[in-house]
Design a protein around this ligand. Sequence first.
Ligand SMILES: [Zn+2]
Ligand SMILES: [Zn+2]
Length: 417
Amino acid sequence: MIEKLNTQFIIQSEPILRIGIILPLDHRKIIELSFSDSLQYKIDSKAPINLTPRKLKISVDDGDVKIIKTNPEFDEHGITIHNVPAGRGFHWQKAIDVTLPGSVELSNHDGYLLLTNVVPLEQYLACVAVSEMSGACPPALLESQTITARSWVLAAAEKKHSDLNLDACNDDCCQRYQGLRQITDASIKAADDSRGIALLYDNQICDARYSKSCGGISEDAEHVWDMSPTPYLTSVYDGPDSENKIDWDNWFTDNPNVFCGPNFANENELHKYLGNVDKEGHYFRWHLDFTQSEFCKFFSENIDEDVSRITKIDALNRGKSGRINHLYLDYQNKEGTPKTLQINNEYDIRRILHPSFLYSSAFIINMDEKHIEFFGAGWGHGVGLCQIGALGMSLHGYTTEQILTHYFKNSQLKKLY
Ligand SMILES: [Zn+2]
Ligand SMILES: [Zn+2]
């Protein structure tokens, strides 16, 4: 597990990561695994487990089990884990089969299994790049994505799963990691060509964040999360021209000349590059129209109260990208009693105002007695690298360094190993 780095970066060789694939909160007592070549592995366990069959079932009663890859080559062979959760905790959660490089460890946590993938950082990154974007992307985009992901892991600032001795989990909660399945020669080359390179600010590795689309202006980190202002996670105008005066009245329906907009990244072609997206559609500028009763149905479920009508929705505070982080609502419950609700962060705004999850909290609202209409911009929290913008830049000849220093102002690239 990577320790948090302080004033000096101490990484001089490729770290080995511990990535949680199935977590105790998934409540699994049995996990099924299969092998394309079981001869490449040896097993370390107290329970008598025979590795020769192509399929194995490991139960929570088997105690600690390690399945160790003896061949250090990074090739197409891996351990396939069946029914791995993707989109954990969201309405779109599904189960997928994931083929993992490296070794696997299973252990019992309060009666449920934890499955950890023990994997060299560079092999993990080659898989992350194509879990986030498709292998068809231009090399500068894959490299930018890989360096961003590498920096995020090495900075180890978030540590969401340190109680389980993990560097990260396999899901959007940390970084999406779906193993070898979509790996391509291009993604392996992107990891190789940028091997050991990370983003640094003031001699520390950057906690480099990214999201799908900023919507034209990226957001300040401290507007979205409870953190102090960070010099390399500040808002940038995501276009080739320096920021002109922004016309906020028309921003959400306008087509500004920005890297994540249609002038640089054609939305009809995004499916070629975005890989495993949850949904297809318009992310740069989006429009949703709910009837009052449709809205009240999911809103009631999301706040766990019977709501019959929304009377007012007000943005109390917006960041530089237009993202709202304080929102105020007036509504009536089933008895007709007027009530109010204030939502105080970007994540909850997106969770509460949509049946699954709103693309972003950058929106304006048009509402009347019958309808509630959203005009929005961007997809995700909007901090740091804008993936669709970085794609737009790479399709128009910008280099990896130009892309990364555009989004992470004041940062530098440095090869650590
Ligand atoms: Zn996580
Ligand atoms: Zn953008």
